[in-house]
Design a protein around this ligand. Sequence first.
Ligand code: HEM
Length: 200
Amino acid sequence: MGCAISGSGLTPRTAESRNTEDEAPARLTPDHIQLIKESWKVIQEDIAKVGIIMFVRLFETHPECKDVFFLFRDVEDLERLRTSRELRAHGLRVMSFIEKSVARLDQLERLEALARELGKSHFRYNAPPKYYGYVGAEFICAVRPVLKDRWTSELEQAWKTLFQYVTGIMKDGYLEEEQSKRNHTLTSSKERPDKRNTAI
Ligand code: HEM
């Protein structure tokens, strides 16, 4: 299961911390983009396998993430998940998001819109940002054996930066949705006067 990731690039930010001025957004350089695109062509061939490995690893290293998933929270034996159709389908959904992200690397405003919506949907799934950083780390561990000697520290940095970029925006989307639900709840409670005060 071991997989050492160099550097500390994927430390997740806590749910409480926001994208403030002291937290510069991840910056994808043209070199990162080129490296990611080239390696994606190889990763793509093993997309289902990588999706499963990534999630089984995530649940092994951070069991608290499994509890967020209605479908998997009661599965005790993680080996069973390796052959689960549901986990395969879920892994493929996440990998196809990564595929779309790679395809939008030359149009970052489109990637941003996609990641923001994903963050909003994760608020609805009750999946808080403090866990997002774990996914990039497990993705890297899952793709390294696929890329074999094509793996380099520059490539690792490029993927880390993409995950930091995407998860930073997901987090903003999550917080926006949280705020909008809070405002909505406040407005509806003001619009619905307390019956005790209106009764004649
Ligand atoms: C880089 C981080 C992540 C990415 C890119 C990602 C991506 C996705 C995608 C593409 C979906 C499919 C549905 C949709 O498009 O809205 C999804 C669903 C979901 N994700 Fe994530 N996710 C991430 C992190 C997490 C984490 C850390 C958790 C839990 C701790 C989580 C929990 C969920 C849940 C509960 C669903 C709904 C499951 C279902 O289909 O029933 N996600 N995610």
